[in-house]
Ligand binder design. Structure first.
Ligand code: C2G
Length: 131
């Protein structure tokens, strides 16, 4: 079974690791789509802290990830699922219901997010207060 998941994975943390490890357990091949910097800019109005090549390299190096690619647009999800021959789409439950439209071509699974960790919280924690 081939599993696909998507994410920005900026300032990589244990919540990212856990979703990727759990996604991999749903099959025997995990493909991870890493969102591009320009996709982030158009979605959130800001660039990630780590650029897309750094984020891709980190995800690629993980034992639980078999293949990586750049996710250039949210609108291409159906194309990515099909072209990577994915049987199962796994996402964190902050996306619950959002990708149900793809259940005609694959199984769609939402897993609970790891509590108390996020890129935003880490950035806040290390931000040096301006004096
Ligand atoms: N995640 C998690 N636990 C956390 C934080 C994140 O399980 N504490 C999961 C999210 O639910 C998501 C994955 O880690 O499935 C990646 O999260 P982000 O890097 O925040 O990615 P996002 O901006 O949601 O990008 O096409 C969809 C986008 O590419 C998803």
């Amino acid at each position: 079974m081939r599993v696909i998941t998507f994410g920005t994975f900026d300032v990589f943390h244990v919540g990212h690791l856990r979703i990727l490890e759990r996604a991999r357990e749903y099959g025997d091949f995990l493909v991870a789509g890493v969102s591009t910097d320009s996709m982030n800019y158009s979605k959130k109005g800001r660039y990630p802290v780590y650029d897309q090549n750094e984020r891709l390299q980190i995800i690629q190096a993980l034992r639980c990830v078999d293949k990586v690619f750049f996710e250039e647009s949210m609108e291409l999800k159906r194309h990515y699922i099909e072209s990577h021959l994915a049987d199962i789409l796994v996402m964190g439950d902050d996306w619950a219901g959002k990708f149900d439209e793809f259940s005609d071509i694959c199984r769609v699974v939402y897993l609970p997010r790891t509590p108390s960790v996020s890129t935003t919280a880490i950035i806040e924690k290390i931000r040096i207060p301006k004096s």
